[in-house]
Design a protein around this ligand. Structure first.
Ligand code: ADP
Ligand code: ZN
Ligand code: ZN
Length: 822
């Protein structure tokens, strides 16, 4: 008997065949992992795809051991992987590597770390386990290969797997930062009232006539009855009062503020609350969605649409619509996968769902630890009703998936770029849903052009929510002409006068503001004023960004760091200046003009880790910060209720970016960031600084003219053969020698052209010719939308890559294929 095994590698063949020794034959079935040797000595855990008795015409190695008693991968998962490897032009092994969580992947090089929590009671371990545990206790960290040497055996994965299951060790790559507990501002009764609530009666007498203060106290008492602790924010909302009214009650010694730690992921502790009553618009949207996908019929009958776009303006209350549909699916015993861009998976949305669904919600993204990962993997297979996840949630083993929600469907971070598989989570979600006969709901305030086009042509259903919840108006938007501001000497550093004035006004009113600049660091360039030299990365063709906090220049592509030069290395002059500005400079300079403002910054440098990000958002939500300065991180799906002003420092960088998607991105980013403005019952303001305020995209954002924008943009896309009318496949070749990569790309393009003609563009040198010491050459395919052309092109690509790599001197050229690049 033989088994076809998927290996976690970028190998040309789909699967590799191994023989099945008698001893393991009874354990073997598709979907279990096995330990095999590949190459001269490396061990891998591979996955059995097929068991058969077709003798191969070459010598095969035997399977060394079987790692699982039950299958870890379902037939649907196999089909998804197959589709991905085919559609996105990558190997099955690459898809498997992305799909399986770390604890299911072992190789000789996997690093094992001793779990000190386990202690040194080894009495439960057998002799092999004991030997490894002992070595780990002394050395703290060893590789699987070390473990194999210690045991002096051919097979070692089963022992490692058992130790992993028993919690004696964990895998190095699964080591995650520990979650810091989250703090929320809470309220409690001050003494003596806390211990002697009877005394409160006198307080009420004392407060008679002071309506606001009575309301605060009443709100507090009502909440206290229902909840284990009372959030300050809940009291403010319930009593509908300002922080300053509350402060009076605190000053009088009736209530006191304190910080309370709340746990985050492990189980939901608070009481469940009924979901808010639906607005008319929400009722209607839900009804329309149900009709379109056939949710009305139980069981689901052949429905009209498999995919529906929910196009609702920012603040229209899309989340509440999702909640209702989730509830419906849950009642039927089905599962919902709710996908969000990683960054939007903050405690905010998690809390909103947990409040309604409690522990029926599981959260899955890259920052959770191994144990949680294992747990969610298992619970998905057991039918967990709601899974809130980043794009990797697509790879879970669902039992009865009925609905996939892709929120913020336009978000480019749904596309994985590196490493392969270079897949789009939205498009993959639609395929996944079809596998299960489930429906897909795409939600956004700024649909991608692909999705909009699909809705227009009737491929997707379309449901709209044109109004903000509660009838709140969309923010008032204005542009500020930077050229005029400069001419009239109204600029103070990078801030126009109206922007500073409005910031001050917000501060005076106790309101908050968000400032957006899509560039981190202090300044993107260090330049010599005399000769024009500027500091470039040693390994990439990009200028280095100055970071003031660390006083270092840093490459945002490869991470290379160096000290800033004090004199010009080219001409010796001392006139070296910073050009441009990033979020760090905004924060820095803002302190000069608004010395009393409490300013926070949200970008990769300050919010690189999940716990920092959460702390930052928490501080802003709890109003411990007045102004939040940030990159596009601040645009993503956050809901704040005290933001009076949103400022965009420079819109030109967005609109002038050299890419066919620049207009679409700019429209989305500007509309999304503007959508953060507006407080309860009060219209927000948005100020957009630009040198070219008349740019069509800026104007369309200003007028909320999505239809005008798509009409203009789609016309251009059609004319220049871009998506959604044509399909793009982007090929990038890389090598350390420019000569080699040039030759490879010319050869590659020539072969493609023989069959595809002028559908092939390039090769061209990319905007950044060299990254990490590798020189690039790009080839672009523009393909008409025909399944035949597409599959033909993909076969040709695989074939051409093989031929090219087989040429003398070109075998080391790297080829990255990106289907549907974003
Ligand atoms: P979107 O995701 O469409 O931008 P949200 O779902 O964040 O909008 O809703 C915007 C605001 O309106 C939130 O503060 C939310 O709590 C509130 N909201 C939405 N629907 C309701 C409802 N039915 N009852 C009360 N508040 C609601
Ligand atoms: Zn110089
Ligand atoms: Zn670099």
């Amino acid at each position: 008997m033989y088994a076809d095994i998927i290996l976690p590698l970028a190998l040309p063949k789909r699967t590799y065949t191994y023989s099945i020794p008698e001893s393991v034959a009874s354990l073997l079935q598709p979907g279990v992992r096995v330990e095999v040797q590949f190459g001269r000595s490396k061990l891998y855990s591979g996955l059995v795809e097929r068991v058969h008795n077709e003798t191969p015409d070459y010598v095969v190695k035997p399977i060394l051991s079987v790692l699982d008693e039950v299958t870890v991968v379902t037939p649907q998962q196999f089909r998804l992987w197959d589709w991905m490897s085919d559609y996105y032009c990558c190997t099955l092994g690459e898809v498997m590597s992305a799909a399986l969580p770390g604890h299911l992947k072992l190789t000789s090089e996997t690093r094992l770390v001793y779990n000190s929590v386990y202690g040194d009671n080894f009495s439960e371990l057998d002799s092999d386990e004991y030997l490894i545990a002992e070595a780990l206790q002394i050395q703290k960290e060893i590789t699987v290969e070390d473990a194999r040497k210690i045991l002096n055996k051919k097979t070692v994965f089963p022992v490692v797997q058992r130790l992993l299951n028993k919690g004696v060790l964990f895998l190095r790559e699964d080591l995650q930062e520990k979650f810091k507990p989250r703090k929320v501002s809470a309220l409690r009764l001050a003494e003596p009232f806390r211990t002697q609530p009877d005394l409160l009666r006198e307080v009420f007498t004392e407060l008679s006539g002071k309506e606001r203060q009575v309301e605060i106290l009443m709100a507090f008492l009502a909440l206290e009855k229902r909840q284990p602790f009372v959030r300050k924010q809940d009291v403010l909302t319930k009593a509908d009062v300002s922080e300053s009214s509350l402060n009076t009650v605190v000053k009088k010694g009736i209530l006191e503020k304190y910080d309370r730690e709340v746990s985050r992921i492990s189980g939901y502790e608070d009481e469940l609350v009924e979901a808010d009553e639906l607005s008319k618009q929400q009722v209607q949207a839900i009804d329309e969605i149900r009709n379109l996908v056939g949710f009305k019929n139980l069981p689901v009958l052949a429905a009209e649409k498999n995919v529906v776009l929910l196009y609702g303006v920012t603040g229209s209350g899309k989340t509440r619509v999702y909640v209702e549909l989730m509830r419906e699916v849950m009642k039927r015993g089905g599962q919902v996968l709710y996908l969000l861009p990683e960054i939007a998976l903050t405690t905010q949305i998690i809390n909103r769902l947990q409040k309604v669904f409690g522990n029926e919600v599981a959260v899955y993204h890259s920052k959770i630890n191994t144990q949680e990962r294992v747990e969610i993997w298992k619970s998905a297979a057991a039918g967990k009703p709601i899974i809130l996840a980043a794009r990797s949630g697509l790879f879970l083993p669902f039992q009865n998936l009925q609905l996939v929600i892709v929120d913020e469907e336009h978000d480019a971070s749904f596309k994985q770029y590196d490493p392969a598989p270079r897949y789009h989570a939205r498009d993959t979600a639609i395929f996944l849903a079809n596998l299960y006969g489930a429906k897909t709901l795409l939600g956004t305030a700024t649909p991608s052009l692909e999705t909009w086009h699909n809705a227009q042509t009737g491929k997707f259903g379309l449901v709209e929510m044109p109004e903000r919840f509660g009838g709140l108006e969309l923010p008032a938007m204005e542009t500020i002409d930077l050229r005029e501001q400069l001419k009239n000497r109204q600029m103070q550093s990078i801030f126009s006068t109206p922007l500073l004035e409005n910031l001050q006004k917000a501060l005076d009113n106790g309101e908050q503001a968000i400032l957006f600049q899509n560039r981190r660091g202090y300044a993107p360039m260090l330049e010599c004023e005399v000769c024009g030299w500027n500091a470039m990365c040693r390994y990439c063709d990009v200028s280095l960004t100055y970071h003031k906090h660390t006083d270092r220049l840093r490459c945002h592509y490869c991470g290379y760091v160096q000290e800033p030069a004090k004199t010009c290395p080219a001409c010796g002059s001392g006139k070296i200046t910073f050009k441009g500005f990033g979020t760090e400079k905004i924060e820095d300079e803002l302190k000069i003009f608004l010395p009393n403002a409490r300013i926070g910054r949200m970008d990769l440098d300050t919010a690189g880790t999940k716990s920092n990000l959460t702390a930052l958002l928490n501080d802003f939500e709890e109003r411990r910060l007045d102004i939040l300065v940030g990159t596009q991180m601040v645009t993503k799906g956050l809901d704040f209720d005290n933001v009076a002003l949103v400022g965009v420092l420079g819109a030109d960088a967005l609109t002038k970016f050299p890419d066919f998607r620049a207009g679409e991105r700019a429209f989305q980013l500007l509309t999304q960031v503007a959508g953060r403005a507006g407080r309860k019952n009060k219209r927000g303001n948005v100020l957009i600084q630009a040198f070219d305020p008349k740019h069509p995209v800026v104007q369309e954002v200003l007028n909320g003219d999505f239809l005008g924008f798509v009409e203009r943009e789609l016309k251009e896309r059609k004319e220049f053969k871009y998506p959604p009318y044509y399909r793009l496949i982007h090929l990038e070749l890389r090598h350390k020698e420019p000569k080699v990569v040039n030759e490879a790309a010319a050869f590659y393009a020539k072969i493609l052209r023989q069959k595809l003609g002028d559908r092939v563009l390039g090769p061209v040198i990319p905007n950044i010719a060299r990254i990490r010491s590798y020189f690039g050459q790009n080839i672009m395919l523009k393909l008409e939308k025909s399944a035949l052309v597409l599959s033909g092109a993909k076969v040709l690509i695989r074939h051409t890559t093989e031929i090219m790599l087989g040429r003398p001197g070109l075998s080391q050229v790297q080829v990255a294929v990106d289907v549907d690049p974003v």
